[in-house]
Design a protein around this ligand. Sequence first.
Ligand SMILES: C[S@@+](CC[C@H](N)C(=O)[O-])C[C@H]1O[C@@H](n2cnc3c(N)ncnc32)[C@H](O)[C@@H]1O
Length: 232
Amino acid sequence: MEHFYFDIPGWFGFHDVYDRAIALLGKDGAHFVEVGSWEGKSAAYMGVNILNSGKKIRFDCVDTWKGSREHIDRGELDALWSKFRGNMSRFDYTGLDIRAIRKPSLLAAKQYADQSLDFVFLDASHDAEDVYDDITAWMPKLKPSGVLAGDDVAWMGVREGLIRAGVGVEGNPVVPSGGTYLSWIFPLDGNTEPWVTKDPEESDKSYVDGQLLSSVEVLRDSMGIEGDFYGQ
Ligand SMILES: C[S@@+](CC[C@H](N)C(=O)[O-])C[C@H]1O[C@@H](n2cnc3c(N)ncnc32)[C@H](O)[C@@H]1O
């Protein structure tokens, strides 16, 4: 199937993370979840790549489709759900097992059995408390071989939530991955090596060259950001 994600408005810079999720975790029967889908830009990318991989991966999209705190002033929130469904209708009759879970993240997490998921990508709220809650709610749902990842390390709240949850700190390194706002990848088995990007040319996005993160300072340095972050 041809990609169509670039026709969908949204925030998506983590192509390489999704590519590696399919390559490293995608086998028949695997179960992936995206938390925070908006109109479906990143979901469309994942969906097409799952289909093109030929693997039978189930892919769930969790969202309230009501927007996050930073979206409150945007006018289009009432139409969000129908826009998402319209965009995802491109997958009708393709055989892709894609499901929309229209619930708050923490409620949605409860519907999954512990240790049942292979890959969860967090792209919902950027508030520290919510990020912490999302990490602690979804982490137990992953298999021991599973991977928790997320976007927007450039947001102060995301970094705070990560560190509070003990992710991306000493002993629990995350792999940073390029994109507009920098993603993080946390393999539960601690085997970060396969997730480190070896060939930055593989994607159209910038990378942080596979540097492992052990502290927020490393994170900050790796991003080359001085001064304030978003959300402060
Ligand atoms: C940054 S957008 C996601 C962008 C999307 N991945 C893309 O490719 O454009 C964040 C989304 O998270 C959703 N969201 C925020 N907090 C949430 C929560 N607690 N539970 C479920 N969804 C939430 C919002 O409704 C919004 O659609």
